[in-house]
Design a protein around this ligand. Structure first.
Ligand code: NAD
Length: 528
């Protein structure tokens, strides 16, 4: 055990991000501080104009044949594969992602795009329903676009998460106002340029750069649907505004994911898997493992395996260092939050394990958060309750499954939980008791990235779903169209009301709604 304050390695007065000037955002490399590019911002006052233009563009786009929309976005798919090396590089430069993880994010985005191109014709196809009570009428359910969809994105997975919303929105015939994070403007611009180059008309898709004030103005301008991915406090503000304006909204918010290690788990494999689930993207993940509940009898051994895995696998370095398995945090402000939680846990008497290797001279960098394993942390500590969003996990012993489930659910968040065990029956049994959107066995990340699996949380982690067929449900409204197969000689229920119709409805209550055959037969007898 090594005990020392992480704050010792932090130089004071480090810079905050981003550099927002009056009409531009300068983006810089978090590792070097070097300016790597800039984008023009839009004034919040222009938001109504933008929404108007997109609304007009949508009327044509919504009528374009689905095959045509698919063919345009198929071109985007080809462009993404062709240009992905540049995007991978930019993810490293703008956010400090290590190359392997940046490429994994891009792969996820491309696979998701490919899946949605395949899924769209079936998911968006109108469906007939037979209404047995009205056999002379035909009912079709169309999937209609909302109109203008406002997509507001975070910085941590700016490629994959943004495609989750934009692609199904466009395929479904919506136009899209896309506001990327002010912390990842160049990546946002890169993808927007590809979307336009692929052939999506400029009055159907627009990127709008700016900070939260612009995001708020875009909502005030009245989009027809909002797809927001980001933090809980901002999500709450957006839900309030959307509630006032009655705009439907999908919210993908923060998390405090747990892993549960059962007594029969393969501890070496669990330690390695949980470590990856916690440290990938330097822990800057809504679904990063931040709490580990482990059965008492195997807790010490599990911590030893975990420390062993840290020693073996965690090498902190710059994004372009091929030796690095963990990069810097993208934002110094985020690093401050992580540090504050770790320091508070230390004050509560936590034990800190820092077994990683540091590559080169990164020790003094303000965005460096040492990957840490913490034990002996009381449940009231922020690091157990609040989102951390850094490469830090807390390991806590539990005595039985009931206690574990109670503690996992005792969180305001509800994204995912992984259960580590040799027996899938344990997972089938415990999953329904967990108040989360996804339960994994012996894994924490991959199913969450799978294009076919609906993604989203419960409680403060948000509502609505991305990916799978749910993406298209989120980006469309069902519209029922009821037409006539043939005309009845008279309307059985409407004016003029007469004895015959009143009698008919009295009998139908028994015939159609009667729970037993005996009840139904009453329809043919004498009614009292
Ligand atoms: P954030 O909430 O600070 O910002 C997200 C976006 O909202 C940015 O584009 C920002 O400019 C915009 N914004 C800020 N204030 C706004 C306002 N008042 N009105 C409209 N827009 C506004 O989040 P972040 O720091 O970019 O991202 C990190 C957070 O996102 C974490 O909490 C993380 O858990 C969460 N996240 C969730 C998921 C998920 O799928 N559930 C995925 C990734 C990230």
């Amino acid at each position: 055990m090594i005990k020392q304050s992480v704050s010792e390695v932090v130089p004071p007065n480090h810079e905050k991000t981003p550099h927002i000037e009056q009409d531009c955002i300068q983006s810089y490399n978090p590792a070097t501080g070097e300016i790597i590019g800039q984008v023009s911002t839009t004034s919040p006052a222009d938001a109504p104009l933008i929404m108007n233009e997109l609304a007009q563009g949508q009327t044509n786009w919504g009528n374009v044949d689905i095959k045509e929309r698919i063919s345009i976005l198929h071109r985007l798919y080809e462009l993404m594969v062709e240009r992905h090396p540049a995007l991978v590089k930019l993810l490293g430069q703008e956010l400090g992602k290590i190359e392997h993880e940046a490429r994994f994010e891009v792969l996820q985005a491309i696979l998701n795009l490919k899946y949605m191109l395949w899924k769209a014709p079936r998911a968006l196809k109108s469906k007939r329903v037979f209404v047995w009570q009205l056999p002379y009428r035909m009912h079709k359910i169309l999937r209609q676009p909302h109109g203008v969809v406002l997509v507001i994105s975070p910085w941590n997975f700016p490629v994959a998460l943004t495609f989750d919303a934009i692609i199904p929105a466009l395929l479904a015939g919506n136009s899209v106002a896309y506001k990327p994070s002010e912390h990842a403007p160049l990546i946002g611009q890169f993808m927007a340029d590809l979307i336009v180059e692929a052939g999506v008309p400029e009055d159907v898709f627009k990127i709008i750069h700016g900070d939260g004030a612009l995001g708020a103005a875009l909502i005030d301008a009245g989009p027809d649907k909002i797809s927001f991915t980001g933090s809980v406090p901002v999500g709450r503000k957006i839900a309030q505004k959307a509630g006032d304006l009655l705009i439907p909204v999908t919210l993908e918010l923060g998390g405090k994911d747990a892993a549960l290690v059962l007594v029969d788990a393969d501890l070496k494999r669990s330690a390695r898997g949980i470590l990856w689930g916690s440290m990938v993207n330097s822990g800057q993940m809504c679904l990063g493992v931040e709490r580990v509940y482990v059965m008492d009898s195997v807790a010490d051994q599990f911590v030893q395996e975990l420390r062993q895995a840290v020693r073996k696998y965690l090498r902190v370095g710059e994004s372009d260092d091929p030796q690095a398995t963990l990069g810097l945090l993208a934002l110094s402000s985020q690093a401050d939050i992580v540090r504050a939680q770790v320091n508070q846990a230390e004050e509560f008497g936590a034990t800190l394990y820092r077994d990683y290797q540091a590559l080169g001279k990164l020790k003094q960098h303000p965005n460096l958060i040492e990957p840490l394993i913490l034990t002996d942390v009381p449940p009231e500590a922020d690091i157990v309750r609040a989102e951390t969003f850094g490469p830090v996990m807390v390991v806590m012993p539990v005595t039985n499954e009931d206690e574990a489930i109670q503690k996992i659910n005792d969180s305001e968040f509800g994204l995912t939980t992984s259960i580590w065990t040799k027996d899938s029956k344990n997972v089938q049994r415990l999953a329904p008791r967990l108040k989360v959107g996804l339960v994994h066995m012996n894994e924490h990340i991959l199913s969450s990235a799978a294009p076919q699996v609906p993604w989203g949380g419960r409680k403060q982690s948000g509502y609505g779903r991305h990916r799978g067929a749910d993406s298209f449900l989120a980006m469309t409204i069902p519209q029922a169209v009821s037409t006539e197969w043939f005309k009845l000689p008279f309307h059985p229920f409407a004016y003029p009301y007469n004895r015959f119709k009143r009698d008919l409805v009295r009998r139908l209550v028994y015939l159609w709604a009667g729970p037993t055959l005996k009840d139904k037969l009453k329809a043919f007898g004498r009614l009292k």
